[in-house]
Design a protein around this ligand. Structure first.
Ligand code: GDP
Ligand code: IMO
Ligand code: MG
Length: 420
């Protein structure tokens, strides 16, 4: 069997968590491959509304195998809290595995994140301040501490050595910090991780694939936040794209099967950086209000704007997307007119290529669609969807040359329409 990959094609928060949860019954294994608790993946079913940060979104389905891969960075404090919340919901963890090679976020990584952002002033990234950047810096700088290290007799020394290094840097930043109160709960989190199955997840993943188990890789963030292909430096610190599933799980590229791209019917972005179709007006405010566009991790208001086809086409190419899953189309139900950016105008010239320089002014060129002005949140059959929405979907398919296979019409598991 092949490894299917599900990831975001915009700036994150496309609805990945909901869709992974919906698709989990089809799979034996769900594996997160990158990112950390900067992610906030929301799920809704029965009376439960839940946000996951580190744990894969297949966790609510008993007996399914959930893996936190080597490409993920784990904060033991957040992990412990997540586990406690899930325990209260009687979630079964017997099939949750953690990679030995996943890197640990230290309390001092979070401080470094805050110090780095503070030093940048107005040009700050708008980080979630979860210590993601500094942890990946230590990973690539070959200084990091991995989950497997918690079993080593000199783990505490490793911790102190790295923390002291960080303290030196914090002093250079002139950053006021307090660490001791944070360390006790961090080490409590380490004990929680120790109580789980810590494994060589690359062996496990490949064994499952060879045995014919069905496997799904769950991405975090979105393609436009990718460290290489996003709007650098306003990005996260990992490869959020399909290739990240290979490096973040130890699965070879020729093992990749379907690549499912999650696309919100409009666009949102949290944090700084270019956003060509951003609406700084009443329409943008309406999208935020109707769409409840506030960060699942930080609660920050999300910037909102119309769908951006050039950016979407870029994401489709970079990821080799084979199907698109469209979310939040129900939010557009209230709009008389819906706009889609088909091209950019840069220096008076029409283009559909994103510029290298994030400071370049981009003027979006729009095509207008008639709104459907109909509540679709109760619709369960494709035939019942308004013709205007179907036209909107057909337009996207034609523009990016990829079929839309699922249409999500609400946050609940049940509010999902399969097109094929
Ligand atoms: P993720 O990070 O990609 O998993 O997305 P988030 O969970 O951060 O943000 C998506 C938000 O939209 C969450 O509040 C979801 O419950 C909600 N959501 C997902 N799909 C839909 C949908 O089709 N319609 C509506 N109205 N909400 C949705
Ligand atoms: P999910 O998985 C939306 C954004 C931050 C910031 C930039 C860098 O829920 O889609 P970081 O904390 O990674 O150093 O922040 O990336 N960001 C996200 N935006 N959804 C996310 O995750 C995000 N994770 C990080 O807002 O602009
Ligand atoms: Mg999110």
């Amino acid at each position: 069997m092949k490894l299917d990959v599900l990831l975001g094609l915009q700036w994150g928060d496309e609805g990945k968590g909901k869709i992974v949860d919906v698709l989990t019954p089809k799979y034996d294994v769900i594996a997160r491959f990158q990112g950390g608790p900067n992610a906030g993946h929301s799920l809704e079913f029965n009376e439960i509304k839940h946000v996951l940060h580190t744990i894969p979104s297949g966790i609510f389905h008993p007996k399914k195998i959930n893996i936190i891969g080597n490409g993920v960075v784990i904060d033991p404090v957040v992990f412990k809290k997540e586990i406690e919340e899930l325990k209260a919901l009687k979630v079964d963890f017997s099939n949750l595995f953690i990679s030995k090679k996943a890197h640990l976020i230290l309390p001092s990584h979070r401080l470094l994140d805050a110090a780095s952002e503070a030093s940048k002033g107005v040009s700050k990234i708008g980080s979630t301040l979860r210590g993601i950047g500094p942890t990946y810096m230590d990973k690539t700088g070959r200084n990091g501490i991995r989950v497997g290290d918690i079993f080593s007799p000199d783990f505490k020394e490793k911790y102190s050595f790295l923390t002291n290094k960080h303290i030196d840097i914090l002093k250079q930043y002139n950053f006021d910090y307090e660490l001791t109160s944070k360390e006790a709960e961090w080490f409590e989190g380490i004990e929680v991780i120790r109580s789980f199955q810590v494994v060589d997840s690359e062996y496990l993943m490949n064994k499952y694939i060879q045995e014919g188990k069905t496997t799904l890789a769950e991405g975090a963030q979105g393609t436009m936040l990718d460290i290489d292909f996003g709007s650098y430096p306003f990005v996260t610190s990992s490869n959020t794209i399909c290739a990240g599933a290979c490096t973040g799980l130890g699965v070879a590229p020729n093992r990749i099967g379907e690549v499912m791209g999650i696309v919100k019917a409009y666009c949102t972005r949290v944090g700084s950086g270019p956003f060509p179709t951003e609406l700084n007006d009443a329409t943008g405010e309406n999208l935020r209000k109707i769409g409840h566009e506030f960060g699942a991790t930080t609660g920050r208001p999300r910037r909102c704007g119309w769908l951006d086809i050039p950016a979407l086409r870029y994401s489709v190419i970079i990821n080799g997307v084979s199907q698109i899953i469209l979310t939040k189309s129900d939010i557009l139900s209230e709009f008389d007119t819906i706009k889609v950016c088909t091209h950019y105008k840069i220096d008076g010239k029409i283009t559909d290529q994103l510029p290298f320089d994030v400071n370049v002014e981009i003027e979006p060129v729009y095509r207008e669609f008639k709104g459907w002005k109909k509540d679709i949140t109760e619709v369960t059959r494709l035939e019942e969807l308004p013709v205007e929405l179907m036209e909107y979907i057909r337009f996207i398919e034609e523009e990016v040359k990829v079929p839309v296979t699922i249409i999500s019409v609400g946050p609940n598991r049940k509010q999902t329409i399969f097109k094929k």
